[in-house]
Structure formats: C-alpha cells, structure tokens
Design a protein around this ligand. Structure first.
Ligand SMILES: Nc1nc2c(c(=O)[nH]1)N[C@H]1C(S)=C(S)[C@@H](COP(=O)(O)OP(=O)(O)OC[C@H]3O[C@@H](n4cnc5c(=O)[nH]c(N)nc54)[C@H](O)[C@@H]3O)O[C@H]1N2
Ligand SMILES: Nc1nc2c(c(=O)[nH]1)N[C@H]1C(S)=C(S)[C@@H](COP(=O)(O)OP(=O)(O)OC[C@H]3O[C@@H](n4cnc5c(=O)[nH]c(N)nc54)[C@H](O)[C@@H]3O)O[C@H]1N2
Ligand SMILES: [Mo]
Length: 811
C-alpha cells in the first residue's frame, strides 16, 4: 500500500477492482465502512461477480476476467477527453512533459524492439531524449508530439467506450457511470483509493493491470494524498515482509537486486544501479545503492567482507535467468534439473497451476523436505492425485522428510502488513510435540552443511564458511537478535568531517541515512533501518495517538521506510507546499521547513522552490505514465487476451496474448480452445477458509465443508444443472467433480457480440484435513507466468461444465 489501512477512511471514493476486500480482508475492510460513515464515501466494485464486497457497495459493474487494462485505458481516455485531470499535479509531479526518444513506437499490438524468438523486448529505446548534460528533455507546453502526455493520449485513443464494452462485457452505461465517478476525484480536495489484490495480479498482464490504475491515479492527483493511493491488499500475514527481505530469487533485501551472470565484477554490478538524476535537483535515491549494498554484505559476511575483496561480491550467486520462480522450479523438476526441494510453509500441490504437472515434478525428486505445522497435500503427494485417483507410491522414488514446525502464534517475531508496518507479536503458546521453530530447524541445517564444507571443501566453500553467525545461542538465534541485524548498527566510531565522533561503534542505527559504503556500518535490510534502535524495539510500540484523527499513528509499531505512513506525501501539497486539500493535510511548508503529521519524503528543510519531486526513487523525481524500461512488456500498458480466452483480441488479432509473457514450450500444448471449453473459469477464496490450512480446523471445515463451483442461472438452465447437484468441471488439463451452487450473482456478459459465461471456482479443498475431500481448483489452471513477475494466470482460463452423477461411480 502507498497509504495505510486507516487512511482508507479519508477517501471520497473507494474503488475495489481486482480484489474482493470484504471477503479476503474482512478486518481491514472496516476502514471502507468508516469511509462511508465518516466521509460519505461511495464504494464501487468492478468485478466479474457480484461478490461480498459488491453486496455492501453503492455500485457494481461487471467485467470479464482479464480485461481490466482495456477498461482502465478507457478511463484514461475518458479523463483526457473530458479534461478531468488535476493539471497542476500532472505537470509538477508526473513525467507528462518529458520527451521520449525517437526509437520508441507501438503498432498492431507490438512495441518496438520485439524479438519473436526469445519472446522478449529490447528496451533500449524506451527512454527519454537527453540533453548534453544527461538530463531528460522537457516541453512544458505539451506541443511536442513525443511528450509522454501526447504519446499516452495516442496510445489510449483506441479504447473508446464501445471498444471497452465489447472487450470487457461491461454495459456502456455502467462503464460510463464508473468513469464519471472516478473523474469526480480529479478535484484537488477529492481522493479515490484503489484497493486491489489478485484479481489484478494473477494474469499474464498482471503487473500492467496495476500500472494502468497507477496512471489513472496520477492523472487525478490521487497519489500521496490522504484517502488516495495504490493500495495492494496483500495476502499472507507476512507476504509484504517476504518481498521486503528479498526472498524472491532475483532480489536481495530492501529491493536491491541479485547480480546477473553478465555482472561478474562489482564494478559491472554497480554501473547499472546507482541511477544518476535525470532532471536537475532530483534525489534519485538509488544513488545510495552502494551504501545499502555494502552494509548488507557486512551483515551477511562480517569481517570477511572487505574493501579489498569488493565486500565479498564474489560470494553472491549470479543469476543466469530473469528469475527462478515457482513455475520454473516445477518445469525444471519435470525435466530432472532439480532433484531436491525444501518446501517451507508452502503447499504447492494445492497452490500452483496445473496440479498434475506439479505432481509429476514432485514424483521425480530424489528428496522432498516439508517444513510445516500441518500435514499438507504436498507432503503426501504420493498418496493421491485427487480424491479419486489413488496413485501407486511404489513407483515414486521421492523420499519425503516431514519436519514439523511451530506456527507464527508459537513464536515471537514481527509481521509486515500491507501498510508496510512491522508489528511485533508475542508467543501465545508452546508448540506441540516435536515441533521446532523454523529458525531452529534452519540453523541446524546450516550448521550441518557448514560442517560438511569444512570437512570436505567443495567447489566454493567461502560464502558458507564465512557467513556471519554471531548469535548468543548459535543453534537458535533469537527473533530479537535477527531483527537487530535487519535494522543494522555501526561497526566503528563514525566521525563527522571535523573528526568528532557522531556515532559510537556498536550502536543500533536510527535511519538508513546513516548507512555508509566504507564498511563501518551494517544493515541486513536498509528499508527496515529504524525498526530496532538504541531506544529499543520500535515494532513493539502500541500507542494509538493519532494527530488530526486521520489514521496516521506514528507511534503504533513502525512503518518502512523511515516510519513514513503515506508514501510520496510530498505530493499531498502543491508546488508551493500548501496542501491540495486543506481539510486533510499530511505535510506542508511553513516557510522554514516541512511540518505535518507524517514523515516527509525527504529532508524537512529542502525548499519547495528547489523543485525536488516526491518520487525520490525515480531518477527524474516524477511519477511515470511512460514506464521507461522498468516493465519487460511495454512502457505503456496494452490489452492482451488471457492465454485461454473465448474471443479474439479485438484490437490486434495477430497479437492475441501478451507477447512477453512466460510460457514453457511443453505447456503451450496444454492450452484449450473455446470450441472445447466455452466458458471462462476464475478462481478465488472464501472468508470461511484460509487457503488449504483451515480445513484442518473443525469449525472452518463445518462452515464450508465441501468443494463447489458457482454458476449463473442462465448457464445452469441451459445445461440442466440444478442447485446443489453434481457437476463435472473440466479444462484441457484436468477435471473436478463437485457440487454446483447456482446463483444470481454471476450473470452472462455480452463480449464481442456474444454472451459469455463465467464460472467461479473457490480454491480451498484438498485431500488432507477435516473437510470433505476435493480435487483442488488447480487441477484446472494453466502454467502461464505474468511477463514481469511470473505470477500464474489463475484468474482467467477456459472450462466446460456438464451435469454429473457424482464421484461414487468413479471411486
Ligand atoms: N478468508 C481468507 N482471506 C484471505 C485468504 C484466504 O485464503 N482466505 N488469502 C489471503 C491471500 S494469500 C491473498 S493473496 C488475498 C487475496 O485477496 P483477493 O484478491 O481479494 O482474493 P480473491 O478471492 O482471489 O479475489 C479476487 C477477486 O477478483 C475477482 N476477479 C477475478 N478476475 C478478475 C479480473 O480480471 N478483473 C477484476 N476486476 N476482478 C477479477 C474475483 O471475482 C474475486 O472477487 O487474500 C488474503 N485473505
Ligand atoms: N487457482 C488459484 N491458486 C492459487 C491462488 C488463487 O487465487 N487461485 N492464490 C495463490 C496465492 S495468492 C497464494 S498466497 C497461494 C497460497 O499457497 P500456500 O502458501 O501454499 O498455501 P497455505 O495453505 O497458506 O500454505 C502455507 C503453509 O504454511 C504453513 N505454516 C503456517 N505457519 C507456519 C510457520 O510458522 N512455519 C512454517 N514452516 N509453516 C507454516 C501452513 O500450515 C500451510 O500449510 O495460493 C496460490 N494459489
Ligand atoms: Mo497470496
């Protein structure tokens, strides 16, 4: 979230599109209700289904899964056509006026630089025109046709209301009503918040879905202000923390990035990371990359990271692919390229696409280690492929080790929530029987591996032998010690230019501004610096003090970065530093400094006249309509059909799908067509279950005991399917037999002139636990990765449905 949960109450319009917050975030959703009560906010839901959020909304507009870019590009066109944009904001805080290089172009569904063989783009020309000093050229008059604003206008021109309606299946009047409502927040004192989750991410165009809405929000001046923002409602309690500490294979902690194969030397690595400012006076905060990186290496390798060995740069692996995501890991297993797998707090047999492929992969492993408090389907994959297809374990060589772990409630620690708050929690119970904490188990594995390297040498033992491990109890580092590591400390006395000691050696740091690139500081994750200081554990703070009652609670836990609650808050004030919305100011310039209720984006004495932009991580200091080379599939978003779709791409039939999405060759053969599978399947969760674990709890198992699908009345009538009867739902990849819930909440949509039916598939059932056995939704879903993140396309695929006699006959 750019903003916070509490801040939602400041919105005038809450748009839930690409998620189902009432169902999946019922606790945080109370702030939407507060917005309605306290601020007379309207709630609009754009979703294929009339879901539980729609049930309490002021307005619901249906949309075909996988078509949000068309919808939102249409919104951008509408805002520009009707001139409902916040002009001063757009000019000051976005890249609208910057001039794009000649080489950039877009035609017939493809951007320039496409290589059909590698399914990837050469992004060199997705850049600004630069002047002699290396600054981006600018045209404040917007006359130059290559100004970002003009290129954007041209790009979205094709998304007329008629075209949007034909692609999305949203009736024109409903679409235009949503456009009007969104446009009403272009006034400086009005804000819309965008709440989204998997309805946007789980597509082959997932990242671009989000970008399109970010562009809408920039046009409206809704980023950085109270009640505004791009608010990703995140999943597991600590999934935000997972991204922050860099657990994705292409990341290091704090959004530093893994070295690539072609970056064999430290100099090569640094060359492309310390972005120089692209406009005069801009911060371009990544200029400090070296300080963050060196401090990280000091945490990892201690005294073994020295200036002489380039801070142990050689110890880091070099990535030879964009990333080793999970779909790729299973692709490699299937081909025998991975033969051991440690599966910690993860149930891929249930959670990942093409269940049969996941199972094939697991069946080829030499060993599988499962660290989980529960008996998961993945740990028992050899027993059963679904409830009805017992397999023959004697044919599966994989040796499975189950290591029972504690769960979060049985340990101290911190969780990072969607609002970037690091909240400390305290152990509530001891773990049962032989269960051990993840930290204990990981430490034990580490010590044994290090012992083996010590004894046997091996190809390159240095990183393992020199890993810094200075914990009081090396067999079980305490959560406090680990948290202090992430925060960071001084390793020597730090002196100012006059030689006076400003920070003594061994002190916990207060802010990442103190980090150095000379080896005198360490920090495991620079964005967390400030969470555990000499004053103590800031994450454990529980003061509800809220100046101005605007949902900024500076003394409740701690938010990264720098305890800033609303990112880009410099943009909450105009060019001169006066709040756009005087009723809900966040920060303002008082003539000497920035004052207000939140921590400003940059130093409090930097004058507005210096023109430093709020988007300090971007080298030009502005928000981006044109994304430069940051997205692999285009600097502007473009509508592509899901890989399984009931219609041709109406904009450019020859480029049907995202040309840069990731599909492995074998998986292409597993796509079905609408001739065999005429309906759109989409998968989602229910309030009563948390994925695949709560079926182990009796109460939840009783609340939602059995696998079912949701199907609209029209289709049910056509197919002779009665409510609560058995059906067989199939895709090219598999089938499930389950109960049908016939509902008014899903209606056919007119797409490209023909009625299109959506079938809803909740995801929660499997073959362990107390609920009735189920096949699991992912028996149906395809292996396709979003071009930028490789998130699977779980939300739009093709299925068929038929009445069935139920599972009995097949057992
Ligand atoms: N009770 C409960 N809460 C949970 C979870 C749980 O398992 N149970 N899981 C947690 C996790 S890990 C996550 S990631 C979050 C997920 O939170 P959400 O993303 O809100 O959850 P989903 O149920 O996947 O809902 C997606 C919504 O998007 C809609 N949708 C599908 N395709 C499209 C599309 O193309 N466009 C639009 N506009 N909408 C679409 C679906 O109809 C559905 O209403 O929930 C978290 N909260
Ligand atoms: N078709 C379809 N598939 C989906 C989705 C969808 O919308 N549609 N959503 C996707 C999403 S967003 C997600 S997040 C995934 C979820 O997929 P998973 O993360 O695989 O699902 P969970 O059941 O949450 O599994 C987490 C496991 O962690 C264990 N656990 C809990 N606490 C601890 C702990 O402290 N230590 C350890 N070691 N283990 C612990 C739990 O017992 C549980 O078995 O599913 C994905 N799959
Ligand atoms: Mo998730």
């Amino acid at each position: 979230m750019t903003n916070t949960w509490q801040d939602i109450k400041n919105a005038n319009l809450v748009l839930v599109m690409g998620g189902n917050a009432a169902e999946a975030h019922p606790c945080g959703f109370k702030w939407v209700i507060e917005a309605k009560i306290q601020n007379a906010a309207r709630l609009i839901v754009v979703d294929p289904r009339f879901n539980r959020t729609a049930a309490v909304a002021d307005y619901h507009a249906p949309i075909r899964p996988g078509t949000d870019i068309a919808f939102l590009s249409g919104v951008i066109r509408y805002l520009l056509e009707t001139d409902q944009v916040q002009h001063e904001y757009v000019r000051a805080f976005t890249n609208a006026s910057l001039i794009v290089k000649e080489g950039y172009s877009f035609a017939d569904g493809l951007f320039n630089g496409y290589d059909a063989e590698t399914h990837s783009y050469d992004k060199t020309d997705w850049a600004y025109e630069l002047d002699d000093q290396g600054f981006a050229k600018i045209d404040d008059t917007w006359q130059n046709p290559r100004c970002v604003i003009n290129l954007m206008r041209k790009h979205v021109d094709r998304y007329t209301p008629e075209m949007v309606s034909r692609i999305c299946g949203t009736p024109i009047d409903k679409y235009l009503y949503v456009c009007q409502q969104i446009a009403s927040t272009c006034l400086p004192d009005k804000a819309m918040t965008s709440l989204f989750a998997l309805g946007w991410t789980q597509h082959s165009i997932g990242s671009q879905n989000i970008r399109t809405m970010a562009m809408v929000q920039l046009l409206l001046g809704n980023i950085g202000v109270a009640g505004g923002g791009m608010n990703a409602l995140r999943g597991h309690s600590n999934i935000q923390g997972l991204t922050d500490v860099g657990l994705l294979s292409n990341q290091l902690p704090g959004y530093l990035t893994m070295p690539k194969d072609e970056e064999q030397t430290f100099d090569d690595y640094m060359k492309t990371r310390q972005f120089k400012p692209l406009r005069p006076n801009q911060m371009s905060y990544w200029q400090n990359y070296r300080k963050f990186f060196v401090s990280f290496q000091k945490t990892m390798f201690g005294d073994a990271a020295t200036a002489e060995n380039n801070w142990a740069y050689d110890y880091l692996p070099k990535l030879n692919l964009p990333m080793y995501d999970i779909i790729r890991a299973f692709e490699m297993m299937v081909h025998g390229e991975i033969n051991g797998y440690i599966c910690q707090g993860f149930n891929p047999l249930q959670a990942f696409p093409e269940k049969n492929k996941i199972r094939r992969g697991l069946s080829k492993l030499k060993y599988l280690i499962v660290m989980d408090p529960l008996d998961t389907e993945t740990a028992r994959f050899w027993e059963d492929v679904g409830p009805l297809n017992p397999s023959d374990p004697s044919k599966i060589p994989t040796e499975v080790f189950q290591l029972p772990t504690a769960c979060f409630a049985e340990e101290d620690g911190s969780l990072v929530n969607s609002a970037r708050w690091l909240q400390w929690h305290w152990k509530a119970a001891n773990s049962p029987a032989q269960a051990k904490s993840d930290i204990w188990i990981m430490s034990a594995i580490f010590h044994r591996i290090r012992e083996l390297y010590r004894k046997e040498g091996g190809a390159f033992p240095d990183p393992i032998l020199n890993l810094s491990w200075k914990y009081t109890d090396p067999t079980n580092p305490s959560p406090d010690e680990l948290a202090k590591d992430l925060n960071g400390k001084t390793l020597a006395d730090i002196k100012d230019p006059s030689g006076a000691v400003v920070l003594k050696a061994g002190q916990q740091l207060d802010s990442f501004g103190q980090l150095r690139d000379d080896g005198t500081t360490e920090s495991g994750c620079w964005v967390f610096t400030g969470c555990y200081t000499e004053k103590g554990n800031m994450m454990a703070r529980r003061d509800t003090y809220d100046p101005r009652d605007q949902g900024i609670t500076p003394d409740w836990a701690w938010a990264w970065p720098a305890n800033r609650r609303i990112l880009y808050n410099r943009a909450s004030a105009d060019v001169a530093g006066n709040p756009w919305n005087p009723a809900k100011p966040i920060i303002q310039w008082n003539g000497d400094r920035w004052v207000g209720i939140d921590v400003p984006d940059y130093g409090p004495t930097i004058k507005p006249s210096e023109g430093v932009g709020p988007f300090i991580m971007n080298a030009e200091g502005t928000g981006r309509f044109f994304a430069l080379d940051q997205m692999v599939d285009g600097p502007f978003p473009e509508h592509y059909e899901p890989f399984e779709s009931p219609v041709e791409n109406l904009l450019h039939p020859k480029v049907q799908n995202n040309p840069a999405a990731r599909v492995f060759p074998d998986d292409r053969a597993d796509f079905g067509t609408s001739a065999d599978f005429p309906y759109v399947g989409t998968t989602y969760r229910l309030t009563e279950h948390f994925h695949f674990w709560t079926k182990h709890a009796l109460i939840n198992a009783i609340l939602q005991p059995q696998e079912f699908i949701e199907i609209g009345e029209v289709l049910a009538n056509e197919k002779g399917i009665a409510n609560n009867s058995w059906v067989r739902l199939s895709s090219k990849r598999g089938y499930m037999i389950c109960k049908a819930l016939v509902t008014k909440r899903i209606k056919p949509m007119m797409v490209a002139g023909k009625p299109t039916h959506v079938i809803g598939v909740p995801i929660h059932w499997g073959f362990t636990g107390l609920a009735k056995k189920g096949y699991g939704a992912n028996i149906l879903t395809p292996s396709v990765g979003d071009a930028n993140t490789q998130t699977p396309e779980f939300k739009a695929f093709l299925v068929n449905v038929e009445p069935s006699n139920g599972p009995e006959g097949e057992v």
